[in-house]
Design a protein around this ligand. Structure first.
Ligand code: SAM
Length: 220
């Protein structure tokens, strides 16, 4: 049987890779990753463990991915992994959090290929550490989203909004009105990491690799 590991490569810092991820990458026959128009952070993070392995970049046009793209990717993955061997599919952060891996995994035929997931440190988990904003303490409710929804905030203590390219001003206005303090964290663990708390600076920034953490309670 063939096998595919979905591997979380973490937020970009090579030292935040798990030992398990490194070992699985080193033993893989083929490495898959989503193709990006500029830098591929997942591949960059693990480059020293890939060396001369076959690397296949799968195309997912940003904002326009169709069901067919995932079916094609699953087909390529199945075809490229030799019988009795395994491949790895790299994702930034964790594979189970807003990742193309989830859709691909669902398109693979479980009778023909086994799937296992090696978690990675998600961007927002590191963001909480870097900004020292706790995500939860006892009794708290935490909300993670990639599409901002005001009507979800009423009983929430902490929230994290990924993919904050659009509507930042509106989001920050609403957070302020509802009593949240916030930080905008960009490129966490990369050399140009920044934590911004001033509204005008946050609104001006346009980095895809960014998220907002908001917290309503006074920290204890
Ligand atoms: C498709 S989602 C992938 C999430 C990823 N699986 C995770 O666990 O972090 C892409 C979003 O993740 C966030 N992200 C991923 N890596 C990041 C980093 N190094 N710094 C800041 N945000 C990051 C951004 O919000 C970005 O828009």
């Amino acid at each position: 049987m063939k096998k595919l590991y979905g591997i979380g490569t973490g937020p970009g810092d090579k030292e935040l890779l798990t030992i398990k991820a490194v070992k699985k990458i080193q033993g893989a026959s083929v490495v898959f990753a989503p193709s990006n128009k500029d830098k591929n952070i997942a591949l960059d993070t693990v480059e020293e463990y890939i060396q001369y392995k076959k690397v296949i970049l799968l195309d997912f046009p940003m904002g326009k991915v169709t069901e067919k793209d995932y079916i094609n990717a699953a087909q390529i993955i199945y075809t490229e992994i030799p019988e009795g061997e395994y491949g790895v599919y790299l994702t930034i952060g964790d594979p189970m959090i807003y990742s193309t891996f989830i859709y691909i995994m669902e398109k693979l035929d479980k009778n023909k290929i086994q799937v296992e997931i090696i978690p990675g440190i998600s961007s927002f988990v590191l963001g909480a550490a870097q900004s020292k904003i706790p995500l939860t303490v006892k009794g708290d409710k935490f909300l993670l989203m990639d599409e901002f929804q005001e009507n979800m905030l009423d009983n929430i203590d902490t929230l994290c909004i990924l993919k904050t390219m659009k509507d930042k001003e509106k989001i920050l206005d609403i957070l302020e009105n509802k009593g949240f303090s916030y930080a905008y964290i960009k490129r966490v663990s990369l050399k140009d990491e920044k934590i911004l708390t001033k509204k005008d600076e946050i609104i001006k920034d346009k980095d895809y690799l960014s998220f907002i953490i908001g917290r309503r309670k006074a920290d204890d």
